[in-house]
Design a protein around this ligand. Structure first.
Ligand SMILES: NC(=O)c1ccc[n+]([C@@H]2O[C@H](COP(=O)([O-])OP(=O)(O)OC[C@H]3O[C@@H](n4cnc5c(N)ncnc54)[C@H](O)[C@@H]3O)[C@@H](O)[C@H]2O)c1
Length: 449
């Protein structure tokens, strides 16, 4: 593995020496960590497989391709460097190609140590995108790679989870930015805290909060891909099982819906009374996690919160219980205490570890408690990421075209609507438009019964 890594780096160097560097490129190369490296991937020879993956994804991402076509001649991002931390999947590959076609120079790293698709990283690196990512990074490698993309002195940031944004507020305070975007709920929550503390130093658009993002990506994307991750790592039958979904936000709703569709009995646990009521009226049992512990066969966390399944709850679970997380960070299940208090740990198959508790119960943890849909499966289907990443591309363009003061912004309504319309037209669906009479009726107050 180490040898392969070195090979990949070597190939990166070779490639770079063939290309002439612009003065701009030279200036960032005087910085420390990533001197002369243009990419660092697991194995550049995987590029051929990555090219097929990207072609498959592109065939399912008509909205983003339409945006690429719209701006391929004008190149509105020409001369701008973007640093992005995203799950390096085939869908991210389509976004990366789009931003490059729009003129940007892209530095890409992973937003999770487990989520990179190595063949995708390889094809992007071979196309001149500065990728620093491979599946199974150590924590140190993960942070080194974040550093590498930041040391490109970017003009714009695309982040998923907030690690780049926070580093730019705590460490890389001298980098001047036009702005950035944030992809997920957890990242947005961190940025809201930063904003509340009055510390934001550049404008950030919360892509997560676009209708065409959370209603589809968080719900249908995570709903399906979480089940996919559970099936790939365990291949258990869902029908007849009791599934416990911790958190009934957009992600939890999607997961509960898909478990139900496959024949599971679903229990939801919540701390928010509105969401608990909603889960109840959607037809699910609602109870505290400590009560659900001995009842569940499969537990999935989706809260963006810490220790929502603490060790005291794990100790109450039945023999054979399966634990998975779909929240952004690996803090939702108390994996450390599980490791420290188990009498033995055994890997049963890829992404499936068996922990034997002191009470002799065996508990099965998927993808080490990291997001199961990206760790053990491929993340969201392309159709869904088409929406999220169209918002990303158009929001980045919006930041470039409009000088915004430092703040956290929602995606512009027109952009959100444009993405929905592009998607509908891309899949050949037309909808009605409002008539003048209806317009008058809906905007007036005089007409009653
Ligand atoms: N795996 C993926 O691909 C993927 C995709 C999108 C979002 N996410 C992540 O999933 C997480 C959830 O996202 P969301 O959009 O559903 O957020 P959300 O804010 O809509 O929902 C989170 C829910 O969890 C509940 N909650 C918080 N603490 C709890 C606790 N101790 N017990 C039970 N419920 C609790 C909250 O009340 C809320 O209803 C975030 O970390 C987000 O970043 C992951």
């Amino acid at each position: 593995m180490e040898k392969e890594r070195k090979n990949a780096m070597e190939m990166g160097k070779e490639k770079k020496t063939k290309n002439k560097e612009s003065p701009k490129e030279k200036s960032w190369r005087t910085l420390s960590v990533s001197k002369r490296q243009t990419y660092k991937v697991k194995d550049i020879r995987l590029a051929h497989s990555g090219a097929n993956q990207l072609a498959w994804a592109e065939a399912h991402m008509p909205a983003l391709i339409a945006i690429r076509d719209e701006y391929k001649r004008s190149k509105p991002l020409e001369g701008l460097r973007i640093a992005a931390a995203l799950h390096v999947t085939k869908e991210t590959g389509v976004l990366a190609r789009t931003l490059k076609t729009m003129g940007a120079e892209l530095y890409l790293t992973a937003s999770n140590p487990m989520s990179t698709q190595d063949d995708v990283a390889a094809i992007l690196a071979s196309e001149g995108i500065h990728v620093f990512a491979w599946k199974g990074e150590t924590d140190k490698e993960y942070y080194d790679n974040l550093k590498r993309v930041l040391e490109s002195k970017p003009n714009l940031i695309i982040d998923d989870g907030g690690d780049l944004h926070i580093a730019l507020h705590e460490v890389y305070k001298n980098i001047k930015l036009i702005g950035g975007t944030e992809e997920t709920t957890t990242g947005v929550n961190r940025l809201k805290a930063l904003q509340k503390a009055g510390l934001m130093r550049y404008p950030i658009i919360s892509v997560n909060d676009a209708n065409t993002k959370y209603l589809f990506d968080n719900r249908y994307g995570t709903g399906q891909s979480t089940i996919d991750g559970i099936l790939r790592s365990t291949n258990v039958l869902i029908a007849g099982k009791c599934a416990v979904v911790v958190g009934y936000g957009w992600v939890g709703r999607g997961i509960a819906m898909r478990f139900h569709g496959l024949g599971a009995r679903v229990i939801v646990t919540e701390i928010n009374p509105f969401r608990a009521l909603e889960a109840l009226m959607d037809g699910f049992d609602v109870m505290p996690i400590s009560k659900a512990a001995p009842m569940g066969d499969i537990f999935v966390t989706a809260t963006g919160n810490k220790n929502v399944i603490p060790i005291s709850v794990i100790n109450k679970m039945k023999d054979g219980a399966i634990l998975a997380n779909s929240g952004h960070f690996d803090v939702e299940i108390d994996v450390n205490s599980l490791k420290n208090t188990s009498s033995s740990v055994k890997t049963i198959r890829q992404y499936l570890d068996e922990y034997t508790l002191k009470n002799k119960h065996k508990i099965y943890l998927l993808a080490e408690g990291r997001l199961v849909n990206l760790g053990a499966a491929e993340g969201h289907p392309s159709e869904v990421m088409d929406l999220s990443f169209s918002n990303q591309a158009l929001s980045i363009l919006y930041l470039v075209n409009n000088k915004l003061p430092p703040n956290l912004y929602n995606v512009l309504g027109e952009i959100d609507e444009k993405v929905a319309r592009l998607k509908l037209s891309g899949i050949g669906i037309s909808i009605d438009s409002v008539s003048e009479e209806q317009e008058r009726y809906m905007s007036g107050w005089k007409m009653g019964t």
